[in-house]
Design a protein around this ligand. Structure first.
Ligand code: FAD
Length: 493
C-alpha cells in the first residue's frame, strides 16, 4: 500500500489551521495539537457570561487571501462565515477633533479638505503611488527567502526601488502629507507590527494603503469564527484537531525531527512537523538543550521584539453611538510611541483603541448591551513593570481616562462582565514570548531572509507558519506564510 505522508502541527492558530487545511486537501494525514481548550490562539474567542469578544485581531483585511485557501481546499469561505464591509474604516480621535476615513475616494477627499485643507491631492498621489508599490511588494510576500541569493531574484530587484528600506514609515508618509495628524492617520498601522512608525521600514506604508484600497471587514461572531471555520474544514477533509493537547518536545534524531512528545507522554511520529506556536517560545522551550544553534534560547533572547498590549474585554449594559473601530490618539503621539518602543516605560498619556462590534452584530451581546474590546499598546516584558502588582490600578486609571470621553461617561457603573489581559498574561497564559503580541519586530535585520525561515533552517523536515516567520505578523501575511510553507512541503513529494 502507498505510504500516506503525515504532518503534525503544533498549534491551532490561524497559521497552523491554514496549513492544516492545505495539507489535508492535498492528501496528507494531518494532526493538529493545540494546548488550549479551543482553536484560534491569539485569534480565539473570549466568552464572559452572555458576551462574546475576539481575543486579538479585529481588523480583517484582504479576505480574498483566505478565500484562496478555502478554494484550494475545495470550499467557499462564504459558506462558513458572514462578512460585513465597514464604512467608515475607523474613527480617529485627536483631542476634540475626529476624522472618519472612508474607502470612498470622493467622500474621503471631501473629509480631508474639511479637516486638513489642501490634503486631497497628497492622498490621491499616495493611493496612485502605492498601487504600484503594492504590486511590486506582493510577490515578495508570496515566496520564501531561504538563501541570501534570493535577494538577486528578478522580482526582488524590480521591487527594490519601491521598498523604501532606508526611510521609515513616518518619513515616507511625510512625502504625501503635511499635517501631523494626517500622517498619523496613515502611520498608526505600524502598530499592527507592534512597531513605531518612526522606526518601521518605509515598506510598510502599504498597510494603510491596503485598508483604503481593499477595505476592512467584520466577521459575524468575531474574527475568531474564521479559525472555527478553518478547523471545521480540516476535520471535513479528514484531519484531526486535538484540543487540550500541549506539545512538550520536538524529538530530534540526527538533524531530523522524528516525533512530537505530548505532555501526557504520548509520542506522535510524523514525516513533517509544522510549528505554529509562537516561534521564540517554541525555540526556547520545545527542543532539548543543544539541538538548536542559530535559534538557541540565548540567541532568541537577543532578538528585537514588538510591543505588547493591555486588554480589557467589557460586557456593558448599554449601547454606544460610535463606529466599529475607534482610535484615541495621545496628545503627543510620538512621545507615547517612543516611550512604548524605545524607553520601555508606560505613558501617562497613551493612545488606545476601542472595538464596538455589537452595534452591527447582534450575536455578541444581548439587546441593548455592548461587548466592548479595549486595547492599549504598551511596552513588552522587557519593561520594568510588575503587571501582577499594577494590573488593577492600571485598569482603574485606564477606565477613568476613557470616562473623560463624552461617549464613555459613567462607563464603570455599567460594566457587568470584564476580563483584563496584561503583557504578563499574554506570556503566561498564551505562550507569547516576552508578551510581544506581534512577534519578533519587523526590522530590516529581522525581515525576509533574516526572519526564521518557512522551511526551518535548523532541521530538514520542520516548517514554520504564523507571525514569527516570513512574511510576518498580521492575518494576511500569516495566511501567506501557510501557503509558502505548505508549498515547500508539497514540492518534496
Ligand atoms: C491583541 C492583538 C490584536 C491583533 N490584531 C490584529 C488585527 O486586527 N488584524 C490582524 O490581521 N492581526 C492582528 N493581530 C496579529 C495576528 O494576526 C494574531 O496574533 C494571530 O492570531 C497570530 O497567528 P499565529 O498563526 O501566528 O498564531 P497564534 O494565534 O499565536 O496561535 C498559536 C497557537 O499555538 C498554540 N500553542 C503554543 N504552544 C503550544 C504547544 N506547546 N503545544 C500545542 N499548542 C501550542 C497556542 O495555544 C495557539 O493556539 C493581533 C494580535 C494581537 C495579540
Amino acid at each position: 500500500m502507498e505510504h500516506q505522508p503525515s504532518v503534525a502541527i503544533i498549534g491551532a492558530g490561524p497559521g497552523g489551521l491554514a496549513a492544516a487545511m492545505l495539507l489535508a486537501a492535498n492528501g496528507y494525514k494531518v494532526q493538529v495539537f493545540e494546548k488550549h481548550h479551543q482553536v484560534g490562539g491569539r485569534t480565539s474567542r473570549v466568552r464572559l457570561g452572555e458576551y462574546l469578544f475576539d481575543r486579538g485581531p479585529t481588523f480583517f483585511m484582504m479576505p480574498h487571501l483566505l478565500e484562496e485557501i478555502f478554494h484550494s481546499s475545495g470550499r467557499n469561505l462564504s459558506d462558513y462565515v458572514k462578512l460585513t464591509k465597514l464604512d467608515p474604516l475607523y474613527r480617529l480621535k485627536f483631542g476634540n477633533r475626529e476624522f472618519l476615513p472612508t474607502q470612498d475616494r470622493e467622500q474621503m477627499k471631501h473629509r480631508l479638505e474639511a479637516l486638513f485643507p489642501g490634503s486631497a491631492a497628497g492622498y490621491e498621489r499616495f493611493m496612485d503611488d502605492h498601487e504600484k508599490k503594492f504590486a511590486h511588494i506582493v510577490p515578495l510576500l508570496q515566496r520564501p527567502f531561504a538563501q541570501l541569493t534570493d535577494y538577486l531574484r528578478w522580482s526582488v530587484m524590480k521591487a527594490l526601488p519601491y521598498l523604501h528600506l532606508h526611510e521609515t514609515v513616518y518619513d515616507h508618509l511625510s512625502r504625501y502629507f503635511k499635517y501631523e495628524e494626517l500622517k498619523y492617520a496613515f502611520a498608526f498601522q505600524a502598530k499592527y507590527l507592534g512597531m513605531s512608525a518612526w522606526d518601521c521600514p518605509g515598506t510598510f506604508s502599504i498597510l494603510s494603503y491596503q485598508e483604503h484600497k481593499y477595505g476592512l471587514f467584520h466577521v459575524e461572531g468575531g474574527l475568531n469564527r474564521l479559525c472555527a471555520a478553518m478547523a471545521q474544514v480540516v476535520e471535513e477533509l479528514g484531519g484531526e484537531v486535538q484540543l487540550n493537547a500541549p506539545v512538550e518536545e520536538v524529538v530530534v534524531e540526527r538533524g531530523k525531527a522524528v516525533a512530537l512528545k505530548l505532555t501526557d507522554g504520548t509520542s506522535v511520529a510524523a514525516d513533517e512537523i509544522v510549528i505554529n506556536a509562537d516561534f521564540s517560545t517554541a525555540a526556547s522551550n520545545l527542543f532539548a538543550p543543544g539541538v538548536l544553534k542559530k535559534y538557541s534560547a540565548e540567541k532568541v533572547a537577543n532578538k528585537k521584539y514588538s510591543c505588547s498590549t493591555f486588554m480589557m474585554y467589557l460586557g456593558v449594559k448599554r449601547t454606544f453611538d460610535i463606529p466599529h473601530h475607534n482610535i484615541y490618539f495621545a496628545g503627543d503621539y510620538k512621545r507615547n510611541v517612543d516611550e512604548m518602543t524605545k524607553h520601555k516605560v508606560l505613558s501617562e498619556d497613551a493612545s488606545y483603541y476601542v472595538h464596538n462590534p455589537s452595534t452591527i452584530d447582534s450575536t455578541l451581546a444581548p439587546q441593548g448591551k455592548s461587548a466592548l474590546y479595549v486595547l492599549m499598546p504598551v511596552p513588552n516584558l522587557q519593561a520594568d513593570v510588575d503587571w501582577n502588582e499594577h494590573k488593577q490600578a492600571f485598569r482603574d486609571s485606564f477606565i477613568a481616562r476613557m470616562e473623560q470621553q463624552p461617549e464613555f461617561a459613567g462607563l464603570s457603573q455599567d460594566i457587568e462582565e470584564e476580563m483584563v489581559l496584561t503583557p504578563h498574561d499574554w506570556m503566561a497564559e498564551h505562550d507569547v514570548y516576552r508578551g510581544a503580541t506581534f512577534s519578533m519586530a519587523h526590522s530590516l535585520d529581522q525581515m525576509m531572509y533574516f526572519r526564521p525561515h518557512n522551511r526551518f533552517e535548523e532541521l530538514s523536515n520542520v516548517y514554520l507558519v504564523g507571525g514569527g516567520t516570513h512574511p510576518g505578523s498580521g492575518l494576511p501575511t500569516i495566511f501567506e506564510s501557510a501557503k509558502i510553507s505548505t508549498q515547500l512541503i508539497l514540492q518534496k513529494q
